[in-house]
Design a protein around this ligand. Structure first.
Ligand code: HSE
Length: 439
């Protein structure tokens, strides 16, 4: 076999520790696949993360100085696992400038600075691999960029934040509180350093941005994504959805339409009979509709130490293989050749068409349902189902819950404003988008 490949590791937290474990535990098998042995020549971590690799003698030299790693002449591949926008961006650009290939699990970095980073890598003739950035251990980037390369991708819908899925599952199955479920996801190492990124949809939007670019050959545009998290979902919505035959999931959806590309993360009602509706706990799943293959579904652990390390190490193996083959013909970063990216507009959310679940508090008296239905009818919105629930003890208002057919969001916003203006409706109308996800 050829000389070992030397890698430098930035970060020894949850994923960094897992990467060391996988590289150590499966060393022989990995070398047989890659054609070379892979050794960690140098690692940088903050002192408090050093426990992550306690007892593993495979890391010879640990420093606090990440810059020393990206400038170390013997390091050929830098694995960036520190997360966040900065200094990850500067370190990755420095590694590239020094001619090193980069493997990263950092979805925030790629979604926000990927265009700049890929352009720099292109100029320098190095690869930046980021399989671990989307859906953890699921090889979704490989599937989209390589396995589905024959297809015109029509849409993608994914459960791509394990923490939110864990919380929604706990609320549905065990009636647990939001805070309890979040605390547990944090303790298990699934949540982001800032867990508002998980529950406010930001982490899912980072990943969706990457999927949208890979699917449609457009530059990364995280700032154009519509982002709504799960913090306003109440136990009664989970139960109402169930009664209609639906489940609530935080979905990232990207779809190509004649008017542009949809890029949106929000809680979504999906039919309970769909496979993806039954993806529970911290698990992730991505459903891709390709014109030739039809729907394909990818399922697995979207977070956690070893699952994410699985994707990190697979990227390292890919790069090691490519080091010995045709470097001019690597798989393009965003699936399409760099000069072939298109400038399709990302649609603002009010241009998007979906069906809706609506919940409101309506006065329990004759004519109220008719008034609400009249407003929806005037706006050309057709009602698919309607439930009036029991009033709470002594309350003059009842929860009124309905499902509508598909309509442009702007039209729905106008109708909701008119409904909220009715005397008989108390407070605001609570809306959740509905997707059938039919092939
Ligand atoms: N916080 C993320 C999640 C980790 O919960 O899915 C993986 O990116």
């Amino acid at each position: 076999m050829m000389e070992p490949v030397k890698v430098g590791l930035l970060g020894l937290g949850t994923v960094g520790g897992g990467t060391v474990t996988v590289l150590t535990r499966n060393r022989d098998e990995i070398a047989r696949r890659a054609g070379r042995d892979i050794v960690i020549a140098r690692a940088a971590a903050k002192a408090y993360n050093r426990d992550a690799i306690a007892g593993i003698e495979h890391v010879p030299s640990i420093t606090d100085d990440a810059w020393a790693v990206v400038r170390d002449p013997q390091v050929q591949i830098v694995i960036e696992l520190i997360g966040g926008y900065s200094p990850a961006r500067e370190l990755v650009l420095e590694a590239i400038a020094n001619g090193k290939h980069v493997v990263t699990a950092n979805k925030a970095l790629i979604a926000k600075h990927g265009n700049e980073i890929f352009a720099a890598a292109q100029r320098r003739g190095v690869t930046v691999a980021f399989e671990a950035a989307v859906a953890g251990g699921i090889p979704i980037i490989k599937a989209l960029r390589e396995g589905l390369a024959a297809n015109r991708i029509e849409w993608i819908a994914g459960i791509i934040n394990g923490t939110s899925n864990y919380i929604l599952t706990q609320m549905r199955d065990h009636g647990r509180s939001f805070d309890d479920a979040l605390a547990e996801a944090q303790a298990l190492g699934y949540a982001e350093a800032d867990p508002t990124f998980d529950v406010e949809g930001v982490d899912a939007a980072h990943k969706l941005t990457i999927l949208g670019s890979l699917a449609f050959g457009i530059p990364l545009q995280f700032d154009r994504a519509y982002v709504e998290g799960i913090t306003r979902i109440e136990a009664q919505d989970v139960a109402n959805a169930e009664e209609f035959g639906y489940r609530i999931k935080l979905l990232g959806i990207t779809r190509k339409t004649a008017r542009g590309v949809e890029l949106r993360v929000h809680p979504t009602l999906i039919p309970a009979r769909r496979l993806i509706a039954n993806v529970n706990g911290v698990m992730n799943a991505v459903l891709i509709e390709g014109d030739a293959v039809g729907p394909t579904l990818y399922y697995g652990a979207g977070a956690g130490s070893l699952p994410t390390a699985s994707a990190v190490v697979a990227d390292v193996v890919d790069i090691v293989r490519a080091l010995t083959t045709d470097p001019e013909n690597r798989v393009p970063h965003l699936a399409f050749q760099p000069g072939e990216l298109r400038d399709l507009p990302v649609l603002p959310i009010d241009e998007v068409e979906t069906a809706y679940y609506l919940r409101m508090q309506a006065a329990d008296r004759p004519g109220v349902i008719a008034a609400v239905a009249g407003i929806l009818g005037d706006a050309g919105i057709s009602i698919e189902a309607i439930h009036q629930k029991e009033p709470a003890e002594g309350d003059t208002h009842v929860p009124l819950v309905m499902l509508t057919h598909r309509v442009r969001e702007r039209q729905m916003n106008d109708a909701i404003a008119r409904i909220e203006a009715l005397d008989a409706v108390r407070g605001s109308v609570h809306r959740i988008r509905v997707e059938q996800l039919a092939g």
